[in-house]
Design a protein around this ligand. Structure first.
Ligand code: 13P
Length: 251
């Protein structure tokens, strides 16, 4: 049985104070949500204070990126062990916004993922095709390249610390969700690919999240699909009520 994951990617939103207010509102709303892992990913500057606010609750902390070196002369970067130190149990790697605006490639995703796992973090590795790629029927080949590149060199044991997020770029922040069927077809493709690259039991255990305009009113349909194991939520994670409603998809 795969435990579902509902993760909120707060992107470049909220001050420290606003972040703490949000988790303080969220905590009582999700306190009785059992059988689901709930994760929030604030900006770096808020991580440690948010960790203090969620300690002892059923909410876990994620960062939105990291570097692959442990330490050194790398101005502006944050190392995986520093994220651990701030209270993170997860880090999001390879989000499409990092690929689009900050030069993230499958190679850097791969280095970051390996380093984060080595530091004891779980990693949410993001993949997803552009609209133009979908229209050219390249969805599966794009996803295959991203997964093969991003997970290259990892072991089956490493994969127990990996969650994959499928986020079609055309569905992010657009209000245009992939249909349940469109998402499921990519999710099963990813699971079969993981089976080929690793082994069937790794594929069976790996959680594959959908992301892209997930809202309280479409989460149930998505989660009803056999290979959709959770959601990576942007806009709707910025308000306690809507994120709690998504995290309560099973109640
Ligand atoms: P939206 O839910 O705002 O479409 O964002 C999705 C996303 O990018 C989560 O990482």
């Amino acid at each position: 049985m795969r435990i579902p994951v509902i993760a909120g990617n707060w992107k470049l939103f909220k001050t420290i104070g606003e972040s703490i207010t949000l988790v303080d509102e969220l905590k009582p709303l999700v306190a009785n949500n059992h059988g689901v892992e709930i994760i929030v990913a604030p900006v770096f500057t808020a991580l440690s204070r948010v960790y203090d606010a969620i300690e002892g609750s059923n909410i876990l902390l994620a960062a939105q990126d990291c570097y692959w070196e442990e330490e050194g002369a790398f101005t502006g970067e944050v190392a995986p062990r520093q994220l651990k130190d701030a209270g993170c149990s997860y880090v999001i790697i390879g989000h499409s916004e990092r690929r689009q605006y900050f030069g993230e490639t499958d190679l850097t995703v791969n280095r970051k993922t390996g380093a984060a796992i080595a530091a004891g973090l779980n990693v949410i590795v993001c993949v997803g095709e552009l609209l133009a790629e979908r229209e050219l029927d390249q969805t599966f080949s794009v996803i295959e390249t991203q997964i093969k590149g991003g997970l290259s060199g990892l072991t089956a044991e490493d994969l127990t610390h990996v969650v994959i997020a499928y986020e079609p770029v055309w569905a992010i922040g657009t209000g245009k969700t992939a249909t349940d069927a469109q998402a499921q077809e990519v999710h099963i493709f990813i699971r079969q690919l993981v089976a080929r690259l690793f082994n069937p039991s790794v594929a069976d255990a790996v959680r594959i999240l959908y992301g892209g305009s997930v809202k309280p009113d479409n989460v149930k349909g998505l989660m009803a699909r056999p290979d959709i194991d959770g959601a990576l939520v942007g806009g709707a994670s910025l308000k306690a009520e809507s994120f709690a409603a998504i995290a309560g998809f099973n109640v």
